[in-house]
Design a protein around this ligand. Structure first.
Ligand SMILES: Nc1ncnc2c1ncn2[C@@H]1O[C@H](COP(=O)(O)OP(=O)(O)OP(=O)(O)O)[C@@H](O)[C@H]1O
Ligand SMILES: [Mg+2]
Length: 271
């Protein structure tokens, strides 16, 4: 809870994850606890390899914690669910299906009638600005286009929770800005709970209700910045990306967040 009285949607309780390397086990995530409210947008930033994807994958039900538990609506997560849509760091499309068929896949699986499916597919193709590419196959698309299809496929299923792992990392700057604005707007209208990973401090501050900064490996939470609760950037959600990133409040926060990440990288000699 962050004091606004909305129910808790996701919770990690003392989560640690171990992996094996060269027959030794090492700690990738170290005792992380985090509670995310329904309708909240939480962004994780931290040095490369610190365990961000691994931590998110525990919520996806793809990685089991060695210690601790993860919950959705108070129930322990023990595997993947259609209610938690995942946008992976790498494009994950079916290469043998067209753009429209990729977006339609989950809807078909859930038994949604053809007419309704076509309408939803049309809406999301227009949102990702790929009209005219409905019948194209993934290998005929650029990297940015593929990632937009992957995002549309997850949005189209309207999951309660969106788990997004650097979803805009492979996009060019212009498309990225448009997708950030669209996501921010969709977040306001559709009110879904989002956990989002990025390397971009700008993106984190523009999108996040809270920004969670992780330490270098093994990942722990270093600091949480409650941007919305403390109203650190007034009216941000009603503003265009380019306007927000030039505000003094934004630049101050950016300096703070980047300073913390840099300190982690330098202290632990990652570079
Ligand atoms: N399935 C796995 N088996 C073994 N080691 C793994 C596995 N997945 C991740 N790791 C290791 O765990 C650590 C954390 O990886 P993770 O992918 O979670 O980091 P990350 O913070 O997402 O990094 P990046 O910012 O580069 O995406 C890394 O040292 C990585 O090599
Ligand atoms: Mg990652």
């Amino acid at each position: 809870m962050n004091g606004e009285g909305r129910p808790e949607k996701l919770r990690a309780q003392n989560v640690s994850v171990r992996f094996e390397k060269d027959e030794k086990s090492f700690l990738a995530v170290d005792d992380v606890s985090l509670s995310i409210q329904e309708g909240e947008f939480v962004v994780i930033v931290g040095p490369s390899g610190c365990g961000k994807t691994t931590f998110m994958n525990t919520f996806a039900g793809l990685v089991r914690p060695a210690k601790g538990k993860v919950y959705m609506d108070g129930e322990e997560i023990i595997g993947p669910s259609a209610e938690r849509g995942v946008v992976f760091q790498q494009f994950a499309l079916f290469p043998w299906k067209t753009v429209a068929e990729n977006i339609e896949f989950g809807l078909k699986y859930r038994g949604i009638p053809k007419g309704q499916r076509d309408e939803i597919v049309k809406k999301y193709i227009s949102l990702i600005k790929l009209e005219g590419f409905e019948k194209s196959y993934p290998h005929e698309l650029s990297g940015g286009m593929k990632q937009r299809v992957a995002i549309a496929r997850v949005y189209a299923n309207r999951p309660q929770v969106l788990l997004m792992d650097e979803p805009f990392g492979a996009l060019d700057a212009q498309t990225r800005t448009i997708m950030q604005e669209d996501l921010s707007e969709m977040f306001l209208t559709e009110k879904r709970t989002v956990l989002f990973i990025t390397h971009s401090v700008d993106e984190a501050i523009y999108l996040g209700d809270r920004v969670v900064i992780m330490t270098a490996r093994p990942g722990k939470i270093k600091k949480i910045i409650p941007i919305s609760r403390d109203n650190l950037i007034p009216n941000r959600r009603q503003m265009r990306y380019d306007d927000v990133v030039n505000l003094k409040e934004f630049l101050d926060l950016k300096g703070d967040v980047w300073g913390m990440i840099k300190a982690e990288i330098l202290e632990k000699h990652i570079l």
